[in-house]
Design a protein around this ligand. Structure first.
Ligand SMILES: NC(=O)c1ccc[n+]([C@@H]2O[C@H](COP(=O)([O-])OP(=O)(O)OC[C@H]3O[C@@H](n4cnc5c(N)ncnc54)[C@H](OP(=O)(O)O)[C@@H]3O)[C@@H](O)[C@H]2O)c1
Length: 288
């Protein structure tokens, strides 16, 4: 019998990419929900859904992702990034449905000089990062859990840095972008594909659902300035990108200066190949 996968936050970047790939994944039934169909802060609503359907795996793509707003709207960020994950973990335990949950590089302080490993000390600097770290702790209480920390997510769906750069590239002759924050962009399509790979492996043999925390982004490293320059180049936009320091571009939340994630564990455990960030970008830009 086909296994049923619940996807929460299905209208977001990651959820939409999973939906796209679900059309080529006939081995599963999917239940796609976003806040209008299933508000994950509402435990009764989750219980009702589970009482009506046999759900074999949960993939939580829902989150409060507005990093700057989370500094002042902390209550809502906590509700969605912590309390709602607690709800999913408790239903996961009750129905023995493993949970795949997504977290962030913002759980780190960004002071490292080498890519962060899953075992490195966390030290979130923002309200968003703090809520996501506490959300990880809730996810760990599931029947079985996999937590994937990712960074700099973009997609042809939703709003993100790539789309903002394309808009600015069309409107302006010159823009300034910070060059002292280093990371690796992640095409949400590639993360969606990894999640589906894990589900397929686990469908074959549940022992393949190897619990724990994993890091995933595309390969390579760049600054936001280099990322923006590559977007302009690949899109043939005639807009000069000027490097500036983070001090010259103050935001309500301090971003990590360094957020490269070491992907060795996820690659080895699930036998995954990861594309370079500029190759993945090219793929995405065909759709924007
Ligand atoms: N975006 C990044 O750069 C980034 C970086 C690192 C990690 N991550 C993590 O990656 C995951 C996926 O991010 P994403 O960029 O795909 O997020 P996204 O595009 O913001 O999508 C999140 C979705 O969850 C929905 N949602 C919010 N509250 C909900 C609730 N109570 N119940 C059900 N759905 C709810 C949102 O609806 P509304 O839009 O109506 O609120 C939205 O459709 C998240 O866990 C995020 O923390 C993201």
């Amino acid at each position: 019998m086909k296994k049923t996968i619940l996807i929460t936050g299905a209208n977001g970047q990651l959820g939409s990419e999973i939906k796209e790939q679900s059309y080529n994944t006939p081995e599963f039934e999917f239940i796609f929900t976003d806040v209008n169909e299933l508000d994950i802060t509402d435990l009764n609503a989750i219980e009702k859904l589970f009482n009506k359907n046999k759900i074999d795996f949960i993939v939580n793509c829902a989150a409060y992702t507005n990093v700057d707003k989370a500094e002042t709207d902390t209550k809502n960020a906590e509700l969605i990034n912590i309390n709602a994950v607690k709800n999913l973990a408790s239903i996961s335990k009750k129905h023995k449905s493993p949970l795949i949950h997504v977290s962030t590089d913002y759980v780190f302080d960004g002071n490292s000089k080498i890519p962060y490993k899953e075992t490195d000390k966390t030290n979130p600097q923002s309200a968003y990062g703090k809520t996501k770290l506490l959300g990880e702790e809730e996810a760990k209480k599931s029947h079985k859990h996999i937590i994937i920390r990712t960074a700099w997510l973009y997609s042809s769906f939703g709003n993100n840095f790539v789309k903002t750069m394309i808009r600015l590239g069309k409107e302006k002759d010159e823009i300034s972008v910070v060059s002292d924050q280093i990371g690796s962009p992640t095409y949400a399509k590639d993360l969606a594909s990894v999640i589906l790979t894990i589900l397929k492996l686990s469908d074959k043999d549940i022992n393949n659902f190897k619990e724990g925390i994993y890091h995933f982004s595309n390969e390579g490293a760049c600054s936001w300035y280099e990322f923006a320059s590559e977007i302009m180049k690949q899109k043939n936009l005639n807009c000069k990108v000027k490097p500036i320091s983070s001090d010259e571009f103050p935001t309500p939340t301090k971003r990590p200066n360094y957020s490269l994630l070491d992907k060795t564990k996820i690659k080895n455990t699930f036998n995954i190949e990861v594309r370079d960030w500029n190759v993945a970008l090219k793929d995405c830009l065909k759709l924007i």
